[in-house]
Design a protein around this ligand. Structure first.
Ligand code: GDP
Ligand code: MG
Length: 305
């Protein structure tokens, strides 16, 4: 009757161990810096959204933190977050790095996906093909292809964008017929705060190196528009110990200044406007093991719902 094409929309859970290129892939798909990318693993702690709005479809990516084994509570929560994101999605995109050999973590993820309990279709995205010569591609990928035999396979490079169009088409095939979940222009506003927090955490990890390992949580206290082309952000970095606070601030405040500048530039690139960033540091003892604090920072305990 109508020549209007059906519109599809749904949730795509992105899963894969740290450093395989999940954030880079989402950035490449979105055509802008939306997820924090870092050469160091585990920058992304929270599940965050990247929303790709097209003429015929809207793809909502949930960037699940990599499954991994960790002693403290936060590690365990990441696992349940990841599992929930998987089950709630319309399609799972399992990202692997074909340049590296298969590790226990890949196998663990594959096992979860293979069990079929999730009842969600899987796309295996074999990333970083630009690092492998075409002669070696086949031998490199053989084991990966056996990991999840029922998955749709896609060879991609998130750096050269090779294979990304095919990947998007395959994802869309799995999405249900739905109107768009989010109005197109609302998309960036909606997630900007969250991304900014991630970019600040990323800046801290890069600038501080291993001195304050993963003990930093970021809270955005204020995010307001300044005129038509700028934003004011007030954020607090929480550390676990007084000694860490000293390190983060640095001599005469030069560490926090560096972190702030690095983060501000990234946030400006992401949001395409000027940003005034006001950063401060507070000590919150042992926040990683404190349920209340964890929920304050958005690490929701899904079991309690
Ligand atoms: P994540 O932990 O899975 O989110 O991984 P990131 O997106 O942070 O990427 C980890 C590293 O791999 C970064 O240094 C990226 O630049 C790099 N990377 C990601 N995708 C590709 C790719 O397709 N080719 C190459 N050569 N490098 C990539
Ligand atoms: Mg990431």
């Amino acid at each position: 009757m109508s020549d209007q094409k059906e519109y599809r929309s749904g949730f795509v859970a992105v899963i894969g161990k740290p450093n395989v290129g999940k954030s880079t892939l989402i950035n490449a798909l979105m055509g802008q810096k939306i997820a924090a990318v870092s050469p160091r693993p585990q920058t992304t702690r929270k599940q965050q959204l990247g929303i790709l709005s097209m003429d015929n479809a809207q793809l909502i990516f949930t960037d699940t933190p990599g499954l991994h084994f960790e002693k403290h509570k936060l590690g365990k929560r990441m696992n349940s977050e990841a599992l929930l994101a998987l089950m709630d999605s319309d399609v799972i995109m399992f990202v692997v790095d074909i340049f590296e050999s298969i590790s226990d973590e890949d196998v663990m993820i594959a096992d979860i996906l293979k069990e079929g309990k999730l009842k969600v279709p899987v796309i295996l995205a074999l990333n970083k093909i630009d690092k492998v010569s075409s002669e070696r591609l086949e031998s490199k990928t053989k084991r990966y292809l056996e990991l999840v035999p029922n998955a749709e396979k896609c060879f991609i490079s998130s750096v050269t964008n090779k294979g990304l169009d095919e990947l998007v088409s395959k994802i869309i095939e799995f999405l249900p017929e739905n109107p768009a979940f989010f109005p197109e222009e609302q998309v960036t506003d909606y997630i900007e705060r969250e991304i900014s927090a991630d970019l600040i955490r990323e800046a801290a990890l890069i600038i501080l190196r291993d001195e304050v390992p993963h003990s930093i949580a970021i809270r955005i206290d204020e995010f307001t528009e300044r005129g038509t082309d700028g934003a004011y952000i007030q954020a607090t970095m929480f550390v676990e110990r007084d000694s860490q606070k000293g390190i983060v601030i640095g001599k005469g405040g030069d560490m926090i200044k560096k972190i702030s500048t690095h983060a501000r530039v990234q946030i400006e690139n992401m949001s395409g406007r000027k940003v005034f960033l006001n950063l401060r540091v507070k000590v919150k003892k042992n926040w990683r093991n404190d349920d209340h604090t964890l929920s304050l920072f958005g690490f929701k305990d899904k079991k309690k719902r």
